[in-house]
Design a protein around this ligand. Structure first.
Ligand code: ZN
Length: 103
C-alpha cells in the first residue's frame, strides 16, 4: 500500500536534468507552500531544488541547438572544429566541442 506521498512521487512527470550542474541523480519530493503542496525535486549532486514546474521550465534554446547540431542522424547543418579535436573525440561531437572550447 502506497502512502499518499509515495503516490505523488511515483506519478511525477519526467524530470529534466539539473539546470545548474547537469546532474541526473534527482530526488523527488514535495514542498508545502501557503496554498498547498507542490511536487518538487532536488539535485543529489549540487542540492539545488525547485518545484517541478519551475525545474522543468527553462530557456533551453541553446540546448535544443546543440542537440540538433550534435545529432549524428542529421546532416543539414555542419560545424567545423579543429581536426585534432574531432579525431580525438569521434565518439561524441559534444566532447569534440568541449575539446575545442579548451583550446
Ligand atoms: Zn545539480
Amino acid at each position: 500500500m502506497m502512502t499518499e506521498h509515495e503516490a505523488i512521487v511515483n506519478n511525477k512527470p519526467e524530470l529534466l536534468c539539473c539546470p545548474f550542474c547537469g546532474g541526473t541523480d534527482l530526488t523527488p519530493g514535495y514542498w508545502s507552500l501557503d496554498d498547498g503542496e507542490v511536487d518538487s525535486v532536488e539535485c543529489d549532486n549540487c542540492y539545488a531544488g525547485a518545484p517541478v514546474e519551475a525545474w522543468n521550465k527553462r530557456d533551453n534554446a541553446d540546448a535544443k541547438r546543440i542537440d540538433w547540431l550534435a545529432d549524428p542522424e542529421q546532416f543539414t547543418g555542419s560545424i567545423q572544429l579543429p581536426k585534432e579535436c574531432v579525431e580525438k573525440n569521434l565518439h561524441s561531437l559534444r566532447a569534440a566541442i568541449d575539446a575545442a572550447m579548451e583550446l
